[in-house]
Structures are given as C-alpha cells and as structure tokens.
Design a protein around this ligand. Sequence first.
Ligand code: FE2
Ligand code: FE2
Length: 167
Amino acid sequence: MERINQVIVNTTVSIIDTFYEGRDFQRFWVLEEIARAPYFAFLSVLHLQESMGLRGEQHTYLMKEHFEQTLNETEHLEYMESRGGNQYWVDRVLAKHLVLLYYWIMVVYYMVSPRYAYHLNMEVELHASETYAEYLTRFPKDEDICRIMNDEVQHYQELYSAMGYFK
Ligand SMILES: [Fe+2]
Ligand SMILES: [Fe+2]
C-alpha cells in the first residue's frame, strides 16, 4: 500500500511539475491549496466518528494537531497569494477542482485506513519540502520560503507520529 501511495504522489507531482515549470509561485500556490485538503478531511472524519460515539484514545490530540496544520497551511496559502500565486484563472480553476476531488478521496481513505491516509500525506509533505528546497538552491536568501519548508518538514514528522497510532 505504501508503494502505491508513492506511485500516486510521484505521478501527480511530475504532472504538476511539468505543467508549472518556470512558474514557481503558481505551482506553490496550487500545492498549498491541495495540501490543506487532507487536514480538513481528517478533521471531518474525526468529528463524525466522535458524533457517532466512536471517540478513540488519541482523538482530541489528533483533532488539535490537524486543526493547527490547517491554519498553518492557510498561512502558507495566503503567503503564496501575496506573491501572485493565484493571479491566473487557469490555476484557480485547476486547484479548486483538484482540491474538491482530493478532499473526498481523503475522507474515504481516512475512514477506511487512517494509517495509509497519513502515509500518503507524508509523501505529499515530503514532496512539498523537496520542492521548496529545490527553489532555495536557486534563491537561497528567500527566508520566508525557508520557514515554510521547515513547516512542511514538521508536518511530515507530525503525520509520521500520527501514523504510529494506527496499526
Ligand atoms: Fe504548506
Ligand atoms: Fe504541510
């Protein structure tokens, strides 16, 4: 399953990377828009489970964690907007459709297998941090992107810990 997750992420990422070559901030904006969706999905499912009387031991911890991640990803998104990432309608249309699709896929995936849903998004966060690292090799003085890259590494680690709660 982990191998399938990697193939899905790598394929999607190479399509986006090819399409966005030479347009760093449009690519970052689309990636940030998509990167928020799983955290909304995890929260939705956790809320639903809780309402159905299925509160697990780590429920409150995970809800807090995923809520903070959504806020952090929203800050990233707003930053990319401040640098023109969403100025073209074509990027907005693509991102809005992808996010709708990805949100519902993640809702189902997380309901069926929280462990592998976390794993898939670890791969997404890993890719995000690598994308920013590559940008920083070209623009090493961009401190804001450096900070955002570190946030993505932290998300990766948080998802890795969350994964440990589900066998
Ligand atoms: Fe982000
Ligand atoms: Fe992230």
